[in-house]
Design a protein around this ligand. Structure first.
Ligand SMILES: NC(=O)c1ccc[n+]([C@@H]2O[C@H](COP(=O)([O-])OP(=O)(O)OC[C@H]3O[C@@H](n4cnc5c(N)ncnc54)[C@H](OP(=O)(O)O)[C@@H]3O)[C@@H](O)[C@H]2O)c1
Length: 281
C-alpha cells in the first residue's frame, strides 16, 4: 500500500480510525473524513503515533448533508490527483425520526446517500488509479432489512433498527449495482460486515435506554476495533481480492448476502430513486 491514496470516511473514531491506522502502517497515504476539525486533528496525531506514518491528512464534512458532500468532493479534487481506495465507513443509528436539510430521513441520508453521492462524485479520480477499490462498510443487520422507499422522506412507523437495517441493505444493493456499472473499468467495489464491534455507534443519537443497551451488549460480546477493521483493511489492500468485485464479505471471507440484496431489479430501483433524491451532477 506504500504511496497509495486512501480516503476513509468516519476515520476519526471506531472501526474507521482502526482501519486508518492499519493502512497507514502499510505505508498508505491516509485521508480521513471527519465532521469535526478537532476530532480530525486528534485522530491524525493518533494515526501518526500508532502507525509511525506521518502522511495522514483530513477533510472536514458533514456526511448527512448533500451540500457538504459536494463541497468535500471538490476539496478532494483540488487536493488529490488520484484516489486508489475509497472506504465508505461513516455511519450511525438514530433513535428518533428526523429529516436532514435535504428532506431525507437521517439514517438513510447518512448511511446510504453519503456512500452513493461521494462515490459517484469521486469516480473520475478513482478511475485514474491502476486498480481502484471501493469498500462499503455495511452490516450483518442487512439480513433483516427491507426496502421501503417512501420511508426515505416520510415518517412511517419509525424504529431505530428498522431504519438501520434498511440502510445497511441499501449498502449491499448499492455495491452490487455499482459493480455492474463498473464492468470494464479498473475499479472493484465490495461490501462487508465488520463484526459486532466495541464502538460508540449505539451511544450517539440515542435514548438513554438504547444507549444503555448498547453499552452493556458491547461490554459483554463485542470484538475490538482492531479486529473489526480487519475485513475493511483486507478489501482495501489484499492482493487476494484485487479482481473480486460485487461481493459481500464477513471475517475476510466472501459470504452470501441476503436474497433481497441480490435482487437486481431492487438495486436498479434504489439507484433510480437515489439519483432522483440526490442528483449526482
Ligand atoms: N460497531 C458495530 O458493531 C458495527 C456493526 C456492523 C456495522 N458497523 C458499521 O461500521 C461503520 C463504522 O461504525 P462504528 O461502529 O465504527 O461507529 P463509530 O465509532 O460511531 O464511528 C462512526 C464514524 O462515522 C462518523 N460519522 C457519523 N455520522 C457522520 C456524519 N454525518 N458526517 C461525518 N462523519 C460521520 C463518526 O463521527 P463522530 O466521531 O463525529 O461521531 C465516526 O467517525 C458504520 O457504517 C456502521 O454501520 C458497525
Amino acid at each position: 500500500m506504500k504511496g497509495k491514496n486512501v480516503i476513509i470516511t468516519g476515520g476519526n473514531a471506531g472501526i474507521g480510525l482502526a482501519t486508518s491506522i492499519a493502512l497507514a502502517k502499510q505505508g498508505a497515504n491516509v485521508y480521513i473524513v471527519s465532521r469535526s476539525k478537532d476530532k480530525a486533528e486528534e485522530a491524525i496525531k493518533t494515526i501518526a503515533v500508532e502507525s509511525g506514518n506521518k502522511n495522514a491528512k483530513y477533510f472536514v464534512a458533514n456526511l448527512s448533508s448533500q451540500k457538504s458532500i459536494r463541497k468535500l468532493a471538490s476539496e478532494i479534487k483540488n487536493e488529490m490527483s488520484i484516489v486508489d481506495v475509497l472506504i465508505n465507513n461513516a455511519g450511525g443509528t438514530f433513535s428518533d425520526f428526523a429529516l436532514n436539510e435535504d428532506g431525507l430521513e437521517m439514517t438513510i441520508a447518512t448511511n446510504h446517500f453519503a456512500y452513493f453521492l461521494l462515490t459517484n462524485l469521486l469516480l473520475d479520480l478513482i478511475k485514474k488509479s491502476d486498480s481502484g477499490r471501493i469498500v462499503n462498510v455495511a452490516s450483518g443487520s442487512h439480513y433483516q432489512g427491507k426496502m421501503d422507499f417512501e420511508s426515505f422522506t416520510k415518517k412511517k412507523s419509525y424504529f431505530i433498527m428498522k431504519a438501520y437495517e434498511q440502510s445497511k441493505l441499501a449498502n449491499v444493493l448499492f455495491t452490487n449495482e455499482l459493480s455492474e456499472r463498473l464492468i470494464g473499468t479498473n475499479i472493484t467495489v465490495n461490501s462487508l460486515h465488520p463484526g459486532f464491534v466495541k464502538t460508540q455507534i449505539g451511544n450517539k443519537n440515542a435514548t438513554w435506554y438504547s444507549g444503555l443497551f448498547w453499552s452493556v451488549a458491547t461490554k459483554l460480546g463485542a470484538i475490538s476495533v482492531e479486529d473489526g477493521a480487519k475485513t475493511s483493511v483486507y478489501l482495501a489492500s489484499s492482493p487476494q481480492v484485487k479482481n473480486v468485485t460485487g461481493k459481500y464479505f464477513d471475517k475476510c471471507k466472501e459470504k452470501e448476502p441476503a436474497s433481497l440484496a441480490l435482487d437486481k431489479e431492487l438495486g436498479k430501483q434504489l439507484w433510480k430513486i437515489s439519483e432522483e433524491l440526490c442528483p449526482i451532477a
